[in-house]
Unconditional design. Sequence first.
Length: 239
Amino acid sequence: MPDTTTQVESLRIRGTCTASGEGKSTWTFTVEQIEVETTADSGGKAKYDSAKSKDCLSGLVKYAALKGVTFTATVGPEGEIQKCSLEDWPKTCDVKIEKGTTVKNNAADLMPDPTGPRVWLELVFHTAPAKGNSWKRTLHLVPDEELEMKADGSEQVEGDACAKLKMDTSDPPKGSEKEIPREQFKSGKVSFSREAGCALKVDLKGGLAAAGSKIGVAGVRRWEVECEKRGFDAKAVPK
């Protein structure tokens, strides 16, 4: 039986709006910090933090390569990512390779590729609430996913008034080949600030249903997004 793991990926990214008009905005993003940690059932553990680690295991180099990457994106009026200058992260960098033990290297090698730039932006912006109490929206996750969204109340996040939303995978049409078993499912909640123009807190879970099973779960992928600092950076705006 293949080894299973618990994997955590954390990305700190700074976004600056450099232009806006006609309902859309242009942004520049820079990855400030990347943290990743994995624990395998066999006992192997591996972690990397670009702010603290001077070297990393070979299996985590693809994560270390994210530090300092800059890219741009255009965000539409409903939060859709109309353009993204970077669809895939670089795979290599000049970080020093840690020798590590066999179990640590095996755990690191089980890590999938980092969550793509567009996925993070979809979670931050495209979870924007639409008009009415419920709506559907397609997010470009892994793979594209149509989600049912509805207003679930309001809450304060770091002093900002936010619309609290609930999200669930949209049911496939009756008779669809995907009806049972559902190949993918996703659900979660979003706190979206219209004043900040982005989600201030996102908790989205997703996974794969085990083949031939209505309840089994073969793997679960979870995204968490939190906006830690907000404000206008005048220095970053083109003159």
